[in-house]
Design a protein around this ligand. Structure first.
Ligand code: PLP
Length: 410
């Protein structure tokens, strides 16, 4: 699909059917039942064979299979991502592992970008080869020739993150989708860093996965994930005999689905404000000659890609990185920001309403090991900042300047 065809994820969300509550409530009801009444017992075998389902002549079956409340959130996320269908999982890694286990059999290969979330890296690098005989070759996804060479050796999946963590480089999804499809691989994209900003499925991705734990939920109080794809793939995941969601069981609790669905309507407001503040900080830090990485900066290699592929009006994301070179300086800087300035928290994760600060090399990317870190350009003093929107922007910048002065950089 061409990048110029207009798609607004929030317009798509608003156009989904409104789910009234059981008594006409403006919010949907939460269906907590783990099992569902089959009105005519003789239909049970057909329900089990998957011939009759909730959408075609049957009914809901069991809570690890489709649940009505979780289904609503799945439909809403599918709308945002521009896919036919979507379903939710207990965590982002639940979504990623179920997707990869569904697409790969023992002996199959995956080609993956080399700057991915540490947990996903461990899954691909260590867990899947040992447990499933599925091996991954890691490549620089910015190097299309290297990706092509890796795909030529045969692969079931090309795996990428829209915005690599913590380098914040944006993947050239249309070109990478074309390559994947030329070699009969499915393109799976983790869009956790860029909800609304990017719509990978509209650019050619076959499956979009999310950690809802981050921006989409936005309050750091729920662990959750989602898979957006065509109806056929979502159906395969839930197949009673061969489906990864059904058999591995990373089931989302319907209460979590309800909670997250109430936060989708203001996701756009939040992403814009995260992005506005990240841009303000990044521009000021760049003016001072500090080593700041933010894909919204004019000189960042990915700015043009985001302008070309992104959905206009949602900004460039809420994460920027500041490289202080030494881990000691970076630790001291974060301590001051947290304990003296009350600027934010030293904590992993992102997309929270308050600011979260972490050293990538020593935390969320530590699974990668020193060599892989160096190869991916992740320095020991790289502070990843997921900027929040509490307090005023002027107040937050003052606090940040104070901390910079305290470590001799102001
Ligand atoms: C956090 C994260 C995950 C894992 O999600 P969980 O909800 O913690 O399981 C996967 N991918 C990215 C990019 C993440 O940031």
């Amino acid at each position: 699909m061409s990048a110029s065809s207009r798609f607004d994820p929030l317009e798509a969300l608003a156009a989904t059917r409104h789910e009234f509550g059981e008594h006409g409530g403006v919010n949907m009801s939460v269906e907590t039942s783990t099992t569902f009444t089959v009105m005519h017992g003789e239909t049970m075998p057909e329900i089990f064979r998957g011939v009759l389902g909730p959408d075609h002549g049957g009914c809901y079956l069991y809570g690890r299979h489709f649940n009505p409340t979780v289904s609503v959130l799945g439909r809403q996320l599918a709308a945002i991502e521009g896919t036919e269908a979507g379903y939710c999982t207990a965590s982002g890694l639940g979504a990623i592992s179920a997707t990869l286990m569904q697409l790969c059999d023992s002996g199959d290969r995956i080609v993956s970008g080399n700057t991915i979330y540490g947990g996903t890296y461990a899954l691909l690098h260590d867990y899947l080869p040992a447990k499933a005989g599925v091996h991954t070759e890691f490549v620089d996804e910015g190097d299309l020739a290297a990706v092509e060479t890796a795909l030529q050796a045969g692969a079931k999946v090309l795996y990428l993150e829209t915005m690599a963590n913590p380098t914040l480089e944006v993947a050239r999804i249309p070109e990478l989708a074309e390559l994947a499809h030329r070699y009969d691989a499915k393109l799976v994209v983790d869009n956790t860093f860029c909800p609304l900003i990017m719509s990978p499925a509209r650019l050619g991705a076959d499956v979009v996965v999310h950690s809802l734990t981050k921006f989409i939920n936005g309050s750091s109080d729920v662990i959750a994930g989602a898979i957006c794809a065509d109806t056929e793939f979502i159906g395969q995941l839930m197949d009673l005999h061969t489906g990864s969601l059904m058999l591995l069981g990373p089931t989302m609790d319907p209460r979590a689905a309800f909670q997250i669905s109430l936060r989708l309507p203001h996701l756009g407001l939040r992403m814009r404000e995260h992005g506005r503040r990240a841009m303000y900080f990044a521009e000021r830090l760049a003016e001072r000659g500090l080593n700041v990485t933010y894909p919204g900066l004019e000189n960042h290699a990915s700015r043009e890609l985001l302008d070309r592929m992104g959905n206009p009006g949602y900004g460039y994301g809420g994460v920027f990185c500041l490289d202080l070179e030494s881990a000691d300086t970076a630790q001291q800087f974060m301590d001051i920001l947290q304990n003296d300035e009350r600027f934010g928290f030293i904590a992993v994760s992102l997309g929270y309403f308050d600011t979260l600060l972490s050293l990538s090399a020593g935390s969320t990317s530590s699974e990668m090991g020193d060599e892989a870190l160096a190869e991916a350009g992740i320095s020991p003093g790289l502070v990843r900042i997921s900027i929040g929107y509490t307090g005023s922007l002027e107040q937050r910048w003052r606090e940040f300047e104070n901390a910079l002065r305290s470590v001799g950089l102001g």
